[in-house]
Design a protein around this ligand. Structure first.
Ligand code: N01
Length: 502
């Protein structure tokens, strides 16, 4: 099934074949492409719907966009960057880093930009993937999805929202032509994106209404510019950067104990967050509104030193009554109050467990990923393969997500696994590899067992970590170094294989 109706002339182009097709060129797809190149390969293509590398860091250009993980850790291990200007980098610097890595490792020539994959089907007779794109059909022996979880904006289903006559856009599709200066603005949502947007625009707008459904927990953001001596040290003292990276990694990893294994340990962090709330929000009424009603860590913990002060400004209101409808020039809450606005920023997150892409990929038995996941929830094996989808690999597949540390670490673990799989396929002359259902089931039983006691499952919140069945199909429930060692080599024993005809 195709997601979009493509031009007939484009559809009828002869299919281009590539041994390997990677879809997406964010941190994961680009890293995969670099690894394949390092293996000496040239037989791969990267199909990227945007016009540059960078993925979510290319797309999220909203004011204040920055990373919640220090850059010395939130970067590729093989491309450390001594030039980071501050501990928590802002979006333009991260995007510049990713572009620089793409140039340095010379993989742009394997990219086709502006090429949106609209569907892919496993062709059993030919043992290959048939792929439709906005630039015509492709075929591939091996398909690697690197589309990420945070790429499809989740637009809220609010009555009348399509009839709004002012500026309206999603946080990940910021309209830089819209000048918000002196305007009355509504921000819907109070997640990681919104808490960066609100302080960035609060001074500039005339009035800001922040529509909060659930109050998030906030921790201090230890962000600061690096001093010149530090930057010189990162550049010239061997091991200085690696040491900084290791220290950040170790400190962040300690959070796994409270998040995944022993939630009462989160109480210490909750005390820090409560103290911050008391100090930064002096107005008792506002403090009550923004005090979370679930255990810290259940939803992603946010870090900001600017959000609470912004909420305390005279021109900012936190609205908690719930949105009833949007009219041509206003937002109406369930208590009947109508607030006039000139612009609405929709910071309501992404389709994570219900990606529209799932409807476009059909496996060996013809069922789409959406159909398979409808019953089981999204399940995979080591986040990297899924039964019924032969010769397909996933970067950032099911249960690979994290809230506490760098996703780039998880991505590199998966790159190791998939790169080894591709080499194994070649060395052993295999036509197909497909993870066995029993191996996948066993893996998921163990994984879900570990998640049962985690704060994400027991902390009393609703979050996008959980799917509609209530299963946590997004997060990795253990130390990240365990994931790394689990994916060190491709474990072919967990796979059904067929050999190439000799
Ligand atoms: O999205 P979110 P985000 N009516 O899903 C609310 C990553 N990230 O874009 O909590 C009203 O977290 C929703 O309310 P509730 C990071 O992984 C990373 O902010 O569901 N409100 C929530 O407040 C993050 O987790 C960085 O009750 C509605 C908000 O919208 C992920 O991106 C920086 C609503 C959505 O929050 C997504 O963050 C920024 C509705 N119908 C983002 N629907 C880094 O630094 C939803 N909401 C790495």
């Amino acid at each position: 099934m195709s997601r979009k109706v493509t031009d007939k002339a484009v559809e009828n182009r002869p299919a281009r074949h590539s041994r390997i097709v990677i879809v997406g060129s964010g941190f994961s797809g680009l890293g995969m492409a670099i690894r394949l190149r390092q293996q000496g390969r040239n037989d791969f293509l990267v199909l990227e719907r945007g016009h540059d590398v960078g993925g979510t860091w290319r797309d999220n250009t909203y004011p204040g966009a920055a990373c919640d993980v220090p850059s010395h850790l939130y970067s590729y291990s093989f491309a450390l960057n001594p030039e980071w200007t501050r501990s928590f980098s802002k979006q333009p610097e991260i995007q510049q880093y990713i572009q620089g890595v793409a140039d340095k490792y010379g993989v742009r020539d394997r990219h086709i930009f502006g090429c949106d994959m609209t569907g892919a089907q496993w062709n059993e007779a030919a043992s290959r993937w048939d792929i439709q794109t906005s630039q015509g059909p492709f075929t591939a022996d091996i398909l690697i999805s690197a589309v990420g979880a945070l790429c499809e904006p989740n637009l809220p289903d609010i009555k009348g929202i399509n009839e709004f006559q002012g500026e309206i856009f999603h946080s990940a599709r910021w309209n830089h032509d819209a000048d918000l200066t002196g305007k009355r603005v509504a921000v819907i949502g109070t997640g990681a994106s919104a808490i960066q947007i609100v302080p960035s625009i609060a001074k500039q707008v005339a009035k800001l209404d922040v529509y909060q459904r659930t109050a998030p927990w906030l921790l201090p953001r230890g962000d600061r510019p690096y001093t010149l001596p530090e930057r010189l040290a990162f550049k010239h003292i061997p091991g200085a950067q690696a040491l900084s990276r290791a220290a950040i990694y170790a400190v962040r990893e300690t959070q796994v104990v409270g998040l995944a294994k022993f939630p009462p340990a989160m109480k210490a962090l909750e005390a820090v967050a409560r103290a911050k709330l008391r100090i930064e929000v002096r107005d008792p009424e506002l403090r009550k509104k923004v005090t979370p009603n679930f255990s810290i860590g259940c939803k992603r913990m946010l870090i900001s030193n600017e959000y609470y002060p912004a909420l305390s400004r005279d021109n900012v209101d936190v609205v908690t009554d719930g949105i009833k409808e949007v009219r041509a020039g206003s937002v109406v809450t369930k208590d009947g109050t109508e607030r006039e606005v000139d612009a609405i920023v929709v910071a309501t997150g992404f389709h994570v467990t219900d990606s529209p892409m799932y409807e476009t990929i059909s496996g060996r038995d013809g069922r789409t990923l959406a159909e398979v996941f409808e019953h089981s929830g999204q399940q995979g094996y080591k986040g990297s393969t899924i039964h019924n989808y032969p010769n397909m690999f996933f970067l950032l597949g099911p249960n690979v997500g994290l809230g506490h540390t760098s996703m780039v670490y998880m991505i590199e673990s998966q790159i190791n696994y998939i790169a080894d799989a591709v080499q194994t396929i070649d060395k052993q002359g295999l036509r197909t590899v497909e993870v066995r259902q029993d191996a996948q089931d066993e893996y998921n039983t163990e994984l879900q067992g570990k998640l049962t006691g985690s704060v994400w499952n027991t902390g009393g919140c609703a979050s996008w970590y959980l799917d509609k069945h209530g299963n946590n199909t997004t997060l990795w429930p253990d130390f990240t170094f365990r994931f790394r060692s689990l994916l060190e080599t491709f474990d072919i024993a967990a796979y059904e294989t067929t050999a190439k005809a000799s």
